[in-house]
Design a protein around this ligand. Structure first.
Ligand code: FMN
Length: 686
């Protein structure tokens, strides 16, 4: 069987060309005038090592191939997927699921079939570093920003072996380029890295050293940069700039064209900011001014550490078609389920794994609150857990199928409400929602009041609509205007007054607030700090913890501070959404829970914070299903006024079942999250 190279050369010869000069002469003839003939031959005789063929690495390869480089050592162990499309050269519909290395070699070979490749499909490691660098003239860095340690080792080894290394980082709309020459500063020296430097600080040192006078920070939305979660934005146009700048340095080094400005010299080119900044960072990151900047950047990007309580388990490897489902994949899916939201974080789900899937049971004893009428709130939570499990299973190749209420609900304290069955197919799906799923949280901070763009509302409403979602009858309605939010704030205020004026609700809420630290020892409930009440608010909550104190506060009028805070939350948001279902039965409520979770996660992905405001909808549900007998005369009046406002604001929702009202908007990052119980306490034996 001839290899792809032989095939390509055959194609060449059918056109009267060969790899002994004629193809290179013809293909690169338009380089003449900028690169002379001897120089072009030199480039053809140059071997470049590129580790990583994603965003920058792939474009590096193609740019260098078109510049006429004749040999490459390439390493990558990843495959293309849909989320690579925005920036990775080789990511196309046809390449999804294919190894980046194979795709990129094919593409580069289709540009120049005379290129000689040495490939490293397992990526680079200490074990093959020397082999990877053998015969190499220059290393061009294509390694993922967060794969810091292997980058550090590669740079060090190349430096030891006397090989220049070029790195170019796509930062915003810009590129920042550094060249490490064998006789100049090394990686550790320039970036001021040592073995004791904490991991997060290493990333920051790297970013700050790349662009010491950063242009992109002026327009970068910091909310989308999270060093703890190892994510940040990246544009193809910036990757292209990187490749252009790096290839220019390659030509400069190979042809000896002009002086190479190695580190501590730096350069950043930003067409968006219309800036080209270059200079010399004497002593690298140890430069006193640079140290100061790094200290500020630490505050901005690492301030307060990651979210307290957030634990993201490692994603298991994709499960291939026909393979048995490994225990770690089953555990991963259950952990995704338990990360779902639930009223007051009661976690009313239980998991029963079986061969080929997991049953989700409702723990009917989990939530005795007035809010949880007929288990509706708990069923919503179970629906959300099922959605998380579906996402996690889809992302790990388990090909999940969800059946809601798989058998008639039993009269037990743990009726099975959903079944998630696996049919492994090795396909990674639902990337976007899957990664945002772990970050999803309830954010009770005040948000920006800029109205939510209609594009966002339309996308989310479309997402839960019947035709696209597979859900039977779910709708999402919005109010975003200032005057409408003001009206809604009044309705929220009234519903929240009922919440603080009822002893049962007050005592239940206080029993779920974890006043003592460390809150994780409880594994459920709401850590005080999670409520985002501020220091004064926290003191107030402590004060009114006993009902007698709350009653006095209510009599004195100060009890209204809490409903006022909730109402303010509506004003300080970009809008509110109301999710409705067509009928009240178990499958519809579970689907409603799934839909809420999908919307919530998508908003998280888009950079919007979210807080359910369910007192009003859960009270209304109780009224609709049971009558208003459970409310006092005064509170009936509150509900009449409150629901009148909601009905007027959401006329399309009339006649439908309101499942959840929420507010959303651009909010500050949540610093204190919630905790979850130990997984084994949420598992049931058959
Ligand atoms: C059915 C349901 C009702 C909820 N109601 C409220 C609410 O009225 N106010 C609120 O701040 N959070 C509400 N939450 C959010 C929970 O308190 C939250 O999901 C839980 O504490 C876990 O925290 P997390 O969402 O940050 O993971 C609700 C969640 C669910 C599923």
């Amino acid at each position: 069987m001839p290899d792809a190279g032989t095939e390509a050369r055959k194609k060449l010869s059918s056109q009267g060309l060969d790899c002994h000069g004629s193809y290179v002469d013809a293909a690169f003839c338009r380089n003449l005038g900028l690169v002379d003939y001897a120089g072009q031959q030199k480039l053809h005789g140059t071997r470049i090592a590129i580790a990583g063929l994603g965003g920058v690495g792939g474009v590096h390869l193609m740019t260098l191939a078109r510049t006429g480089i004749g040999a490459f050592n390439l390493a990558d162990m990843d495959s293309f997927s849909v989320v690579n499309v925005n920036r990775q050269f080789g990511a196309t519909l046809d390449s999804f699921g294919r190894p980046k290395l194979d795709v990129m070699v094919e593409l580069a070979r289709s540009v120049n079939p005379c290129i000689c490749f040495k490939t490293f499909p397992d990526g680079i490691s200490d074990a093959n570093l020397d082999d990877f660098l053998k015969g190499v003239d220059i290393v061009v860095d294509g390694i993922d920003f967060f794969a810091f340690d292997i980058r550090r080792r590669l740079f060090k080894r190349a430096h030891d072996l006397g090989i220049p290394v070029i790195t170019a980082g796509p930062l915003g709309f810009s590129t920042a380029v550094l060249v490490f020459m064998p006789d100049g500063m090394g990686f550790d020296e320039y970036f001021d890295i040592n073995d004791t430097l904490p991991e997060m600080h290493r990333y920051l040192h790297f970013a700050m050293g790349l662009a010491p006078r950063a242009t992109h920070l002026a327009y970068l939305d910091r909310q989308f940069v999270n060093i703890h979660e190892k994510r940040g934005p990246s544009l193809h146009l910036a990757c292209q700039l990187c490749a252009a700048m790096a290839a220019t340095e390659v030509v400069r080094i190979v042809l000896g064209k002009g002086r190479v400005r190695a580190v501590p010299c730096y350069a950043q080119f930003d067409p968006y900011a219309r800036e080209f900044r270059k200079g010399r960072l004497l002593m690298g990151n140890r430069n006193p001014l640079q140290r100061l900047k790094i200290a500020v950047a630490k505050k901005l990007f690492l301030g307060g550490g990651g979210r307290e309580g957030l634990v993201v388990p490692p994603v298991p490897s994709l499960v291939q078609r026909g393979e048995p489902v490994p225990a770690n994949a089953v555990e991963y899916v259950m952990r995704a389920g338990m990360q779902a939201p639930s009223g007051d974080n009661v976690q009313p789900w239980r998991f029963l794994p079986f061969d080929g899937g997991i049953d989700v049971a409702l723990h009917t004893e989990a939530d005795h609150s007035f809010f949880n009428y007929d288990q509706i709130a708990s069923l919503v939570a179970c629906g959300a857990a099922v959605e998380n499990m579906r996402l996690a299973a889809a992302a790990t190749g388990l090909g999940p199928t969800v059946t809601l209420v798989p058998q008639p609900a039993e009269q037990s304290s743990h009726p099975v409400v959903a079944r998630v069955e696996f049919s492994p197919d090795g396909q990674e799906r639902e990337d976007v929602l899957h990664s945002a799923m772990w970050r999803r949280c309830t954010n009770r901070n005040m948000f920006g009041a800029k109205p939510l763009p209609h594009e966002v509302c339309d996308r989310l409403s479309g997402m839960v609509a019947q035709a696209k979602s597979g859900f039977d009858d779910i709708r999402l309605h919005w109010v975003t205007g200032k005057s409408e939010r003001k009206a809604l704030a009044r309705a929220i205020f009234l519903a929240d007054r009922i919440r603080v004026e009822r002893r049962d609700l007050h005592e239940y809420f206080m029993s779920m607030v974890r006043f003592e630290k460390p809150s994780q020892k409880y594994g459920d409930g709401l850590p005080l700090k999670n409520l985002c009440a501020g220091l004064a608010g926290e003191q107030f909550l402590k004060l009114v913890r006993p009902w007698t104190a709350m009653r006095i506060a209510n009599m004195a009028g100060v009890g209204r501070l809490m409903p006022m805070h909730s109402a303010l939350g509506i004003m300080r948001s970009g809008g509110a959404g109301l999710l409705t279902i067509g009928k009240v039965d178990m499958p519809s409520i579970l689907q409603g829970g799934q839909a809420i979770e999908r919307v919530w996660i998508m908003l998280e992905h888009m950079g919007f914070a979210f807080q359910p405001m369910t007192a009003i909808t859960l009270f209304r549900l109780r009224e609709m299903l049971e009558g208003d007998g459970a409310f006092s005369e005064l509170h009936r009046g509150f509900m009449k006024e409150a629901w009148g406002i909601v009905s007027a604001l959401f006329p399309e929702a009339n006649g439908r079942i309101p499942l959840m009202l929420f507010r959303t908007g651009r909010g500050p990052r949540l610093r204190y999250g919630t905790y979850r119980r130990e997984l084994h306490t949420l598992m049931l034996q058959r």
